[in-house]
Design a protein around this ligand. Structure first.
Ligand code: MN
Length: 250
């Protein structure tokens, strides 16, 4: 009985291997069939090619996970980047495998899915992936201080002073009910502070983001518990990357 079963399995494996060696295998291209992978046993999964050709790759952090300490601890960064941000990237890859969105830049996925109820999961994960990468770049270990001259001039023209701009960012951060983001944006030639809920982004509102602060609880709870205002003040005084915002002005 045991022998018979292995003969049947042997025939089945032979049949699959034979079918892969025909034209179907040729169409799969390089990298799709990995003989050295013991988990696959030489049998290809239907989405192998899509995943290997087009998976979204989580960008590396622009600094070490303890570089923002003590304003944001290494523990917060390791969970926020390693679990939350990575989770959005992994979910996105699962959701888009085999769809028209596989291999598309995040901005295109966001534009194509915004406001579509049946694409909400793809939008949320793509937009959260984009927002987090933008957030990491909006922070820098020796941040805060004075913005570069051109940005400072623009801030003063729009808000009166850098302090007034920071106050408006802090006020928006505490006013945001529940999870979301606070942004400094360029909107019709003027700088503005806007807030968005959950995964939403100024990108879908025709605005150009210059910098952002994540105000989801996972961004600060380990370090500040419920004190969102203290987290935002620390970010604005010690970490905010005005140089990145100035580069985004274009
Ligand atoms: Mn976050």
């Amino acid at each position: 009985m045991k022998y018979l079963r292995s003969v049947i399995i042997g025939i089945a494996v032979f049949a699959m291997t034979t079918s892969l060696s025909g034209s179907a295998f040729a169409e799969m291209g390089h990298g799709a069939y990995k003989e050295s992978d013991p988990n696959k046993g030489g049998i290809m999964k239907s989405n192998d090619k899509i995943e290997s050709a087009a998976a979204y790759v989580l960008p590396t952090l622009p600094y070490a996970d303890n570089a923002l300490d003590p304003a944001i601890s290494a523990k917060t960064i390791s969970f926020h980047y390693g679990k939350h941000h990575k989770g959005y990237a992994d979910n996105l890859n699962k959701l888009v495998a085999g769809t028209e969105f596989a291999g598309m830049p995040l901005e295109k996925i966001i534009a194509a899915t915004a406001g579509k109820a049946d694409k909400a999961a793809i939008f949320n994960n793509a937009s959260q992936a984009w927002n987090h990468t933008f957030y990491w770049n909006s922070l820098t270990p020796k941040g805060g201080g004075e913005p570069p001259a051109a940005l400072k001039q623009k801030i003063e023209a729009s808000f009166g002073s850098v302090d007034a701009c920071k106050k408006e960012l802090a006020a928006a951060a505490t006013a945001q009910f529940g999870s979301g983001w606070v942004w400094l944006v360029l909107d019709g030639g003027k700088l503005k502070v806007v807030k968005t809920s959950n995964a939403d982004s100024p990108l879908t509102k025709g605005m150009k983001p210059l910098l952002t602060i994540d105000v989801w609880e996972h961004a600060y709870y380990l370090d500040y518990q419920n004190r969102r205002a203290d987290y935002v003040t620390a970010v604005l005084d010690k970490l905010i990357n005005w140089r990145f915002a100035a580069e985004n002005l274009g």
